[in-house]
Ligand binder design. Structure first.
Ligand code: NAD
Length: 479
């Protein structure tokens, strides 16, 4: 992957064990978000391509599920090893296409290898139950693979989120058609090549790109697909849930968030500020669990706002390929106008911009931005900004903080910073979200369930729960 020509040629669909180029297909441009320049053309899957992928998945499933967990694990570990050997070139592609700093990209690629390794082992622990019956009789509860799955993953963590769908599917004995994001196809193709080079049989893991709505309608209309996993916006998730309902397909929906962060006056203010500012601007805030609504206890509010603004102004933005860059560009062009409209709306309603607030430079760069005194009716306080924007408000009591945290239909991640143990228990019990970080933002690990409640989603990825979502239950009564 050394030249532009190689990069362009490597962007292919992977169907039925064969790589398909753009010949005879429409193509879509791929852009470098750091410059805004087109860098490649991506072949777009046709209806015939999708039918071929469905046929291949249907043929591959009985063969893949017939393998032993050890055989599946061996192939997954081999793929994980190849990914680890290729961290540098894959991370470079990820940064080129998505914009994030190269250190973050390396961590993401390594995490994909970690997911494959985790699920390879977890797949060996799929167990059922045998129930008590009179002598000579048995009732067994079996866990079996649900069948061919379709996985739709987005552009903010293109490598990690695609593998979060592939790894548990393969471990469970399912086959999977991945629809990866069109914005960042080189890094996801490179991951699929690792699976191919590890010897994953034809049709077990396939990769398509194209017009998202056309692909999801086509795949979800097919009786071959028994499971749908989607990561993206709540609006698209609801649309896919409706399509899945027609075929009563199993779903996992990892949708939008609007994470509250409750900062209590007993926290270590300076250490907390260092962590929250770094976390807010990780991946330019394009993170579904990004800390976004900062509710800060009255006594420390002014100091928090000042400290946040000072640190935000120092975040170094630039090309993700430069080693000292702390925040890269936005991943696509459409986010900047959306953020600017939210900032204008918040200002008009009385918010103060204490840092940043504008698109800047060439490409899709946006200043790290912090707003104070943001009123509850500001658009940004109600809809996910999905960008480098922090919103701050003071609160008085713990009850008020919890009420504010829970006021939105989202319930993905929530965070609290306090040293008070009794309060921690009350917050953990009272907060409406699928994940809670207390004095920490580390909430995404291979072994822990990742997912939301309310309109943030349905089901979990990662952990045993993530594997379970690719399994169906069969009760067998033997007399
Ligand atoms: P979007 O809703 O247009 O797309 C989100 C993702 O869904 C993209 O990857 C897109 O390719 C895919 N998609 C869109 N329509 C689809 C369809 N009919 N079938 C299958 N896939 C489809 O939004 P966007 O402008 O790309 O991203 C911004 C919004 O998306 C954010 O506000 C955020 O809520 C959400 N988002 C969430 C996550 C997450 O990790 N939960 C990731 C990316 C985007």
């Amino acid at each position: 992957m050394t030249t532009t020509a190689d990069y362009n040629a490597d962007l292919q669909l992977f169907i039925a064990g064969a790589w398909r180029s753009g010949e005879g297909r429409d193509v879509a441009p791929v852009y470098n978000p750091a410059t805004g320049a087109p860098i490649a053309e991506l072949p777009v899957a046709t209806a015939a391509d999708l039918d071929e992928a469905l046929g291949a998945a249907d043929r591959a499933w009985p063969l893949w599920r017939a393998k032993t967990p050890d055989e599946r694990a061996a192939l997954m570990h081999k793929a994980a090893g190849i990914i680890r050997e290729r961290i540098e070139p894959i991370a470079t592609l990820l940064t080129l296409e998505q914009g994030k700093p190269i250190a973050e990209a390396r961590g993401e690629v390594a995490s994909a290898a970690g997911l494959l390794a985790y699920f390879a082992e977890e797949g060996k622990r799929i167990e059922g139950r045998v129930l008590q019956r009179p002598a000579g009789q048995r009732t067994m509860v079996l866990k079996q693979p649900v069948g061919p799955a379709a996985g739709f993953s987005p552009w903010n963590f293109p490598v990690n989120l695609m593998v979060k769908k592939i790894a548990p599917a393969l471990a469970a004995g399912c086959v999977v058609i991945a629809k990866a994001p069109e914005e960042t196809p080189g890094c996801t193709s490179a991951i699929m090549r690792c699976l191919d080079d590890a010897g994953i049989p034809a049709g077990v893991a396939q990769l398509v790109y194209g017009v998202p709505d056309m692909i999801s309608r086509h795949l979800l209309a097919s009786p071959v697909i028994r499971k749908v996993s989607f990561t993206g916006s709540t609006a698209v998730g609801k649309h896919l849930m409706r399509l899945a309902a027609d075929g009563v397909k199993r779903i996992t929906m990892e949708l939008g968030g609007h994470a509250p962060v409750l900062i209590f006056d007993d926290c270590d203010l300076e250490a907390t500020l260092d962590r929250v500012v770094w976390q807010k601007f990780r991946n330019a805030g394009q993170v579904c669990i990004s800390p976004t609504r900062f509710y800060v206890q009255e006594g420390i509010y002014d100091a928090f706002v000042k400290g946040f603004a000072e640190r935000t102004a120092k975040v170094k933005i630039g090309s993700g390929l430069d080693a000292d860059t702390q925040m890269g560009p936005l991943a696509n062009k459409r986010r900047a106008p959306a953020l600017e409209a939210m900032i204008a709306d918040a200002k008009a309603k009385g918010a103060r911009v204490v840092a940043g607030g504008e698109a800047t430079g060439e490409g899709y760069f946006f200043q790290p931005t912090a707003l104070a005194d943001v009123p509850l009716d500001a658009d940004a306080m109600n809809n996910e900004p999905f960008g480098p924007m922090a919103l701050m408000r003071p609160f008085g009591s713990e009850e008020e903080a919890l009420e504010q945290a829970n006021r939105l239909p989202y319930g993905l991640a929530a965070f609290a910073f306090t040293e008070n143990g009794r309060r921690i228990n009350r917050i953990v019990d009272g907060i409406e979200s699928g994940m809670v970080g207390v004095n920490s933002f580390v909430i995404s690990t291979p072994d822990a369930p990742f997912g939301g409640i309310k309109e943030s989603g349905f089901g979990s990825e990662s952990g045993p729960e993530g594997l379970e979502s690719y399994l169906v239950t069969k009760a067998v009564h033997i007399y």
